[in-house]
Design a protein around this ligand. Sequence first.
Ligand SMILES: Cc1cc2nc3c(=O)[nH]c(=O)nc-3n(C[C@H](O)[C@H](O)[C@H](O)COP(=O)(O)OP(=O)(O)OC[C@H]3O[C@@H](n4cnc5c(N)ncnc54)[C@H](O)[C@@H]3O)c2cc1C
Length: 457
Amino acid sequence: MNVAVVLFTSDLRLHDHPPLRAALSSCDRVVPLFVRDRAVDAAGFAAPNRLAFLADCLADLDAALRDRGGRLVLRSGDVTREVCALVRECDADEVHMAAGVSNHARAREERLRAALEAEGRRLYVHEAVITAAAPGAVLPASSDHFAVFTPYFRRWADLPLRPVLAAPRTVPVPDGPGSEPLPRRSGAAGVSPGLAAGGEREARALLTRWLRSGAARYEEAHDDLAGDATSRLSPHLHFGTLSATEAVQRARAAGGTGTDAFVRQLCWRDFHHQVLAARPDCAWRDYRARGDRWRSGRDAEEETEAWKEGRTGYPVVDAAMRQLRHEGWMHNRGRLLAASFLTKTLYVDWRIGARHFLDLLVDGDLANNQLNWQWVAGTGTDTRPNRVLNPVRQGLRFDPEGRYVHRWVPELARLPAPQVHEPWRLPEAERARYDYPAPLIGLADGLDRFRRGRGSE
Ligand SMILES: Cc1cc2nc3c(=O)[nH]c(=O)nc-3n(C[C@H](O)[C@H](O)[C@H](O)COP(=O)(O)OP(=O)(O)OC[C@H]3O[C@@H](n4cnc5c(N)ncnc54)[C@H](O)[C@@H]3O)c2cc1C
């Protein structure tokens, strides 16, 4: 009998899972393993919302494996040590896993490969499991990655994707390897009250519902803050309970302009992953340094706190920040506005905002979060790095009836649009009726800060 270990990381599913399929076709038994990586915790990435969602995902993966005669083995500690220990315990010949893009993921692969080879075992790292197209699958003539989205999208759209793999019918596991108890979601501290449920079953049901009844309106409705007309698939794509390849292929098969626009957004995800794969240090360093003299530390503390708590005095920014705290998720337009306000109006270092998002977002993802922050801050891949979003105009345009603000900023629930986007303009006596702060800074002053601070001016 030969045995393979399948190490699950950001691919917590049974459908469309190339490492599992490869292990099952080359070995009689497989051991599905998840290691709670202590290095990830130590680096401050173990945010309560993502741990709660992860608990759902692991429980669901274990249940799906049990339905097929298998089960999930959970270990915690150093990944290399835990995998090698398990390989010895069940005398496995090979280990299969998905390729990652971050520095941490690559170093983990290298350490694991070396440790397994030293014991005469092999590591197989599978590409295009976490993204639809592997980083590097399309390249410009003279660089190791695309720095601009549109040409990347053109090439990506023509790329033949691998066929979507069915979930295996059975997953035979060897007797023996013990598992730590799976974590439980309930009772975890610091979890947002409106957090979505995780797991592959949930992801698949959500994709089916979305393609049947949501995606058709996506093109015209995706920016409507109150309409909530986006797929909300991001946490599932982050944890890999949904395969990006399958999402692209099923959306294309469904057809229509809404799904075209949705597929384009999925391409943004691959785009940022290929940037991070080529420039892993850009998780925390400027992709294109502009010589900014960012405000940070004490200088920016009070304003940053007000931003985090959703009391900047700009209703649409505050609504977005409060949605983040309540749901562990924020509408994309809200993310753009909140990030632009922090970096280009308060002129606070993008890393501070990105860190806060990673602390709360259930879809918090190194490639998507850091590179979107850089895109907004103007140090990333935006071809118009100095554009500044005006929160009043954006509020009027993307929340014309003020419903998003009314939902998340209840102090202003009785103030109609358009006034709700500029409460400071109300006559003094009326303004006093609303327990809501004055703006932290005027927009013209904010613009001035940004112009003076950014180095290229
Ligand atoms: C400052 C900032 C921080 C962000 N941080 C994250 C993050 O940590 N994790 C994350 O997944 N997304 C992040 N995004 C991108 C985007 O806001 C979310 O992916 C999207 O809001 C998720 O909601 P949805 O699943 O309903 O998206 P939909 O609009 O339904 O889009 C479908 C999928 O496409 C992908 N996608 C959409 N827009 C983008 C984008 N701009 N960049 C990359 N992928 C995209 C996501 O995987 C998303 O689930 C960030 C954007 C900004 C501006």
